[in-house]
Design a protein around this ligand. Structure first.
Ligand code: TYM
Length: 330
């Protein structure tokens, strides 16, 4: 079976972007691949989270993954910091990563803009750590959203560079999505992608209660007036139709597209339909996650077992990497 790796940072409750960009793929892939899914707690430290939030956030990410349908019996579900082999290979890989190329990474430049007071070295080497998460398990496929595409390109570069310098060890991993193109779930305010840190009213979380979901969708950006006949659907309306494609019955989107084009569209109705369908989609996940989060002993058992499996595989890769580098003295 081909190996699959993917990670999510524990920075709060998961949202529809995480679900449709990543988790939806995890659930399908667990049937056909050898999967390693993890909570990227080291990565989250680049933004200096409050230490007292970290344990709860790690537990909620685990609970929300399982609640979404991930089966800990089928995949290895673990926390990054429970696999210290990653840190050692990261140190070694840093010697093959050039400061110039890291400074050019768009996600690094974004962070410099967003947190100018905290441009730490971990932010700069973020793509190196992420590449090692993937390479240390010798993964071929990495299910991620569109925002991570560039990081995957770097992972392939580092794999190539290592193989070229020291000898073949790492497969070159590909970003993966079942629909082919990587997914980008838009924010409800029409500004950029849905994300954990930005506008909370423009993001639908898997933990949102029904009334919260309904009010967020009600306030979502639509259009100012009826479009000109034949005009393309504006982006803000298209965004809502795209969300509908994910959670509504197949005949719903064509109905509203036609209504837009013959200028009979009523945004109130569209939002009511999307709201109902979204509640039906989120509510069962939210309730399962709530129940799982009560059972921290169960979650700890899962992450411990997952880490054991992930460590065993990672240790083999690390050992081979060190040997190839020449750290081989006894
Ligand atoms: P993170 O924690 O920001 O997001 C987790 C996953 O959710 C996807 N995602 C989205 N997809 C579509 N539309 C959106 N609006 C959206 N928002 C988030 C992300 O693409 C990601 O797949 N660097 C990674 C974590 C990581 C990782 C790895 C991933 C660390 N090591 C190794 C894969 C392999 C991140 O910050 O994801």
């Amino acid at each position: 079976k081909e190996i699959v790796v993917s990670g999510i940072r524990p920075t709060g409750n998961l949202h529809l972007g995480n679900y449709f960009g990543a988790i939806r793929n995890y659930i399908r892939m667990q049937e056909d691949f050898n999967c390693y899914f993890f909570v990227a707690d080291w990565h989250s430290l680049t933004t200096h989270p409050d230490p007292k939030d970290l344990p709860g956030n790690v537990m909620s990410v685990l609970a929300e993954n399982i609640a979404s349908g991930l089966d800990p019996e089928k995949v290895s579900l673990y926390v990054q910091s429970d696999v210290p082999e990653i840190a050692e290979l990261y140190l070694l890989m840093n010697m093959l990563a050039y400061v110039g190329e890291l400074e050019k990474v768009p996600t690094f430049k974004d962070k410099v803009r967003l947190q100018p007071e905290n441009v730490n070295a971990g932010l700069l080497t973020y793509p190196v750590l992420m590449s090692v998460d993937i390479l240390i398990q010798r993964a071929a496929k990495v299910p991620v959203g569109k925002d991570q595409g560039q990081h995957l390109e770097m992972a392939r570069n580092f794999a190539q560079r290592f193989n070229h310098r020291y000898g073949d060890l790492f497969p070159e991993p590909e970003a993966f999505n079942y629909g082919d193109n990587l997914v980008r779930i838009p924010s409800l305010d029409g500004k950029g992608k849905m994300s954990k840190s930005e506008n909370e009213m423009a993001t639908i979380y898997l933990a949102d209660e029904d009334d919260k979901i309904l009010s967020k969708i009600k306030k979502a950006k639509t259009d100012t007036g009826a479009g000109e006949p034949g005009a393309p659907i504006p982006e803000s309306v298209q965004n809502l139709l795209d969300l509908m494609k994910l959670v509504s019955a197949p005949d719903v989107v064509p109905f509203y597209e036609a209504a837009y084009h013959n200028q009979s569209i009523r945004y109130g109705d569209l939002k009511k339909q999307l709201g109902e369908d979204m509640v039906n989609f989120v509510a069962p996940i939210r309730e399962r996650a709530k129940a799982l989060q009560q059972d921290t002993e169960y979650l700890k058992k899962i992450m411990k077992a997952g880490a054991e499996k992930a460590r065993a595989n990672a240790a083999q890769t690390l050992q081979q990497a060190k040997k190839l580098i020449g750290i081989n003295y006894y």
